[in-house]
Design a protein around this ligand. Structure first.
Ligand code: PEP
Length: 253
């Protein structure tokens, strides 16, 4: 059975003390309210990771994730954070290829292939983001665009390895805009992604990979999104900054 995952992407938000408080609040709420088969992941800024890593160890449904990592293993790359550094403080997940990193920091499919390999090589789980712009959707090239992102960054992996990747479909037009993809749009793309995986790796492998939806998910719409047969959870931005909202989303399966 596929893992159900709700990951919070805090982005560039929360001072250190605010972040620690949020992680503790999420932990306390999750203890009594979250089904044991749902995994919550707190993807925090780098400076929070070590402390949040300690906090989540007290809660069985909770894990910690980074929002990025370097595509270099080590060396003279000022300002970068390596997979070994993340691993050394017990980080379990790493978001890769968020559209904001692709757009503002010019991350390419090839760079993301390198990052994916590094994350997997340290036995951490990549949450690999893909998704189209509004103009690509309007031009009806959204399917080919998303499948190209997956093919170029992930399809060099063998079948056993790609099973360790979590995919997040995040239509860029829905991120932080308050506009959510309809359940039909989300399900259609998630099924397409799963079929694309099946073409290369077979249906069993495709069926084992969790595909999360991201883009203005909130407590009021999470239930209908998570009810889609190919939606296995969510990558949550804005609503992950409020413990009550984040946990309510995770209760929506
Ligand atoms: C995100 O940034 O991954 C995201 C889904 O943001 P939001 O939920 O705020 O749209």
């Amino acid at each position: 059975m596929r893992k159900k995952i709700v990951a919070g992407n805090w982005k560039l938000n929360k001072t250190f003390s605010e972040g620690i408080l949020l992680a503790k609040e999420v932990g306390e709420l999750s203890k009594n309210e979250i089904n044991s088969d749902v995994q919550l992941v707190l993807c925090t800024p780098y400076i929070h990771l070590q402390q949040v890593s300690d906090i989540v160890s007290d809660f069985k449904n909770l894990s910690v994730g980074a929002q990025n990592c370097s595509n270099k293993a080590s060396g003279a790359f000022t300002g970068e954070v390596s997979v070994d550094m993340l691993k050394s403080i017990h980080v379990e997940y790493v978001i890769l290829g968020h559209s904001e990193r692709r757009e503002y920091f010019l991350e390419t499919n090839n760079m993301l292939k390198e990052k994916t390999d590094l994350v997997l090589s340290r036995s951490m789980t990549p949450i690999f983001c893909c998704g189209e712009t509004l103009s690509q959707r309007e031009a009806n090239i959204h399917f080919s665009f998303v499948t190209q992102q997956l093919t170029e960054s992930l399809f060099h992996l063998d079948a056993d390895t790609i099973k360790k990747v979590v995919i997040a479909y995040e239509p860029i037009w829905a991120i932080g805009t308050g506009v959510t993809a309809s359940t039909a749009q989300a399900q259609e793309m998630h099924l397409l992604i799963r079929n694309h995986l099946a073409t290369k790796y077979g249906q069993d492998v495709a069926n084992s990979i969790s595909i999360l939806y991201g883009g203005s998910a909130k407590p009021s719409n999470a239930k209908e999104l998570f009810a889609c047969p190919d939606v296995d959870g969510g990558l949550i931005g804005g609503a992950s900054l409020v413990a009550r909202d984040f946990v309510d989303i995770a209760k929506s399966f």
